[in-house]
Design a protein around this ligand. Structure first.
Ligand code: FRU
Length: 498
């Protein structure tokens, strides 16, 4: 692959396509040592268009290799979002000697003017670790005569009932189906009426069990539902979650699910779902989302490609003060990419800023511990007139990201803003883990309960970093900064100002 220059917008350690448009992650599955990441891709343009599945693989969740496009439109339509699984037991009959991958996706067929598009679920399979795909001759395998929006099937093997389960978005609800073979599907139930946010169309659901506090005898089910951007809604598109019980057919939400809860309180983590078939001995529920927002996704500053994914994250359920919280942590593999820059203990704001004064960094990680009760934080990607402020407000008990002066923002009137999340059941220490890259910040606070993912578009030379606090004498318990420039990490992801 040739070296790409002028890619000011390409993250050093976030996945982006080599060229053109990308939105949702699709078909995330682990198989034979590789994490597969397929994605909504328009290889012919910088905005959404004829949707394909692009494809990338990673062995370590940090570096990605982009492969050929996996699925292209055909007579049944474009290839919209969906999932992939390993058919270990050859329930489909597609495989002979060894298990292979099956993709379950939405075929989206545009109809003549005035008629709504038709969305149906289809299959494709691969016998060579996702390198080449055959579409199933009997497609589509699932259609609906009432729903216009009927898409984004996420499928998993239910060990209790020995069958496949599909969760699929149906306009303002999700449908649950089951199947012995991925080909014949039976409707089981519908979920979503009268619960959750209905500010936009329901999309890209996911459903999986998680052990509470790691205790496998106490498992709860988590449902993710992304909702599309409504022009009246300043937040744009975002992802909500529900917790509850699932008996193989019906999802029963718990009391907590009566409140609307968001996976991420920033603006740029959408359509995320979890990886299928992560080995049991690993046991993690790994997640990644599209780092953009339908409100302005087609207008963000871009050159040659448009779109990036969030970092891969691990999802947990943790009980704190009698409540069960969905918690996110960056995948631990990212720690292997750290290049230590600074490590300080028990230092004042003044001392830290003296150490940071000469640093110029674009792509890095900050790990900080602060005594609770102070308002403090970081100014990242600072330069002439530019800064992104990330902090904890002790009065309001909030974590926030303020991107009002972060850089280019006038491509959409609602891009600039301050986004915050309440710190729930906080401990004695305020911990902050911040990932800064060329066009993004991902902030994990309060042991992963408070998460904010935001795009930013600073000038490349806005590479300063500073801390602030309501009292300059204040001590940070510790502060570590790691460079994550990963010069050779993402294929050709080097930045050059050429
Ligand atoms: C979510 C979404 C999906 C759809 C895909 C099309 O971002 O709208 O519902 O399948 O994008 O690219």
């Amino acid at each position: 692959m040739s070296a790409i220059t002028k890619q000011n917008y390409r993250g050093a350690y976030h996945f982006s396509p080599q060229a053109k448009w990308m939105n949702d992650p699709n078909g995330m599955v682990y198989f034979e040592g590789e994490y597969h990441l397929f994605f909504q891709h328009h290889p012919g343009g910088m905005t959404m268009g004829a949707m394909h599945w692009g494809h990338a693989v990673s062995k370590d969740l940090v570096t990605w290799e982009e492969l050929d496009v996996a699925l292209a439109p055909d007579e049944l339509g474009m290839i919209f979002s969906g999932s992939a699984v390993v058919d270990w037991k050859n329930t489909t009959g597609f495989f002979e000697d060894k298990p292979g991958l099956v993709a379950i996706f939405t075929h989206h067929l545009d109809m003549p003017e005035g008629k709504p598009a038709v969305q149906r679920q289809s299959l494709a399979y691969s016998k060579d670790n996702g390198r080449t795909w055959t579409k199933y001759a009997g497609n589509p395998v699932l259609e609906h005569d009432a729903f216009i929006d009927f898409r984004d099937p996420k499928v998993f093997w239910n060990q209790e009932t020995n069958e496949w389960v599909m969760i699929v978005a149906c306009g303002q609800t999700v449908g649950l189906y089951h199947s012995p073979d991925l080909i014949h599907w039976t409707h089981a139930s519908e979920f979503g009426e009268g619960i959750g946010s209905h500010d936009g169309v329901w999309e890209c659901p996911d459903l999986f069990p998680l052990a509470v506090d790691g205790d496998k005898s106490n498992t709860q089910w988590v449902m993710l539902v992304s909702i599309g951007a409504d022009p009246a809604c300043v937040e744009g598109s975002r992802t909500q979650y529900f917790t509850g019980d699932f008996d193989g057919k019906v999802f029963t939400p718990d009391e907590e699910s009566r409140n609307i809860r968001w996976l991420d309180y920033g603006r740029d983590n959408y359509a995320g779902v979890s990886w299928s078939d992560v080995p049991e001995e690993d046991g993690r529920r790994l997640f990644l989302g599209w780092m953009s927002n339908w409100m302005y996704a087609s207008q963000t500053p871009a050159e040659e490609f448009r779109g990036a994914m969030t970092l891969p994250r691990e999802l947990y359920l943790e009980s704190r003060e009698g409540r069960i919280l969905l918690v996110q942590k960056p995948a631990q593999e990212l720690e292997a990419a750290r290049l230590p820059v600074l490590s300080l203990k028990d230092v004042s704001v003044q001392e830290i800023n003296a150490s940071l004064a000469n640093l110029q960094l674009q792509s890095y990680e900050i790990v900080a511990k602060l005594t609770r009760g102070m308002s403090a934080g970081f100014k990242v990607r600072t330069g002439a007139g530019e800064q992104t402020v990330i902090g904890i407000d002790a009065k309001t008990q909030e974590l926030y990201v303020d991107r009002q002066a972060s850089g280019q923002h006038d491509f959409h009137e609602w891009f600039a803003g301050r986004h915050s999340v309440e710190l729930e059941a906080p401990g004695e220490i305020d911990d902050l883990r911040i990932y800064v890259d060329r066009t993004s910040v991902e902030v994990f606070g309060n042991r992963g309960q408070a998460v904010i993912t935001d795009l930013i578009f600073p000038k490349p030379e806005s590479a300063g970093l500073a801390v602030f606090a309501d009292n300059e004498e204040i001590l940070f318990i510790s502060l570590d900064v790691y460079n994550l420039s990963l010069p050779a990490a993402n294929g050709d992801n080097q930045y050059s100002e050429g």
